[in-house]
Design a protein around this ligand. Structure first.
Ligand code: ZN
Length: 316
């Protein structure tokens, strides 16, 4: 009789563990059953008159003075990273998956020293095997606590590189940037915004003078991912509210992926407002999703959110 109780307790514990770790298990399962390598490159398409090809892989678009979108339109996820140049130094926000070396592209655009800052730690943003002269990350207490001195190794479920065969990098961190920090590039400053939702470690950059926000994977045209191991719907909603109260209503958002060519992916303050409304609707049940897992919830004709079914969503 006692054995039955032990088996029951073990089964309940196992179920609780699987339930709590479901998103990590899903990613591990996808990694184990996938090809374990990057998808084949897409054909070189028409990038229109606004962008030029740097080589047969990268595109460059000057989206504002001294502000370059470096595109990887042949990579399946169509990543865009941003080089923001000041009088004394430049900042590279994201680095793509490292299939090709974006550092050389950035160095062809400026002679200023370049500091690399990832919008978050997913493998398609951190450059993986690329070495950077200077690396900055957001100074979140759990990251600082885990770093050995200034050495930080990305965790498996915050990097997700096993999906395409990338090994998580270890960085020597040169700059731990506090949330809200003003990053001085020399007569040009950027504010570091903590924008969790897609992942807890996600950050965005606000160039107030030029009305630009570089929003990483928090906001880009297409389907936003809010069901990954570090995603949280409550964070997505809270970030939309803090951005709406902080930012003027005429900024341009530059995201890290695009849905279709040509040009860098942009959205407006109205899109952020629509995202906020949709998140509130998903929370109260008035906005319905489609599909099983993840479910696709509509925002507007440019945006949608991929999230878990409502009963699994974490809003608190
Ligand atoms: Zn991501």
């Amino acid at each position: 009789m006692r054995y039955r109780w032990i088996v029951l307790v073990l089964l309940i514990s196992l179920f609780a563990l699987v339930f709590a770790e479901r998103r990590v298990l899903l990613v591990n399962w996808l990694a184990a059953t996938g090809s374990g390598e990057p998808p084949p490159l897409l054909a070189k398409g028409d990038e229109g008159p606004v962008a030029r090809w740097h080589d047969d892989y990268f595109t460059i678009q000057e989206v504002a003075p001294r502000t370059f979108a470096i595109g990887e339109p042949r990579y399946a996820q169509q990543n865009f990273s941003y080089l923001i140049v000041g009088d004394s130094r430049a900042l590279l926000f994201d680095a793509g998956p490292g299939i090709r070396n974006i550092r050389r592209v950035a160095e062809s655009l400026t002679e200023k020293p370049i500091v690399f800052l990832p919008s978050h730690f997913h493998y398609d943003h951190v450059g993986n095997s690329i070495s950077f002269k200077e690396v900055a990350v957001v100074d979140l207490p759990y990251l600082r606590a885990r770093a050995e001195g200034n050495r930080l190794t990305l965790g498996r479920s915050e990097h997700l590189g096993a999906l395409e065969g990338f090994t998580a990098p270890t960085w020597e961190i040169d700059h731990w940037l506090p949330v809200g920090a003003s990053i001085d590039l020399g007569h040009r400053s950027l504010m570091l915004l903590h924008t969790p939702g897609h992942t807890y470690d996600s950050v965005s950059l606000w160039d107030e003078e030029n009305g630009l926000v570089f929003s990483g994977d928090y906001l880009y045209p297409g389907e936003l991912y809010a069901f990954l191991p570090n995603s949280r719907m409550g964070d997505y909603l809270a970030t939309s509210e803090s951005l709406l109260s902080l930012l003027p209503d005429n900024v341009t958002f530059f995201g890290a992926h695009r849905a279709e060519p040509p040009g860098a992916p942009t959205l407006t303050s109205a899109d952020l407002d629509d995202l906020n409304k949709s998140l509130n609707g998903i929370k109260d049940g008035s906005v319905k999703g489609e599909g099983s897992y993840p479910r696709l919830f509509p925002v507007n004709d440019r945006l949608a959110i991929l999230a878990e079914p409502r009963w699994l969503q974490d809003w608190d």
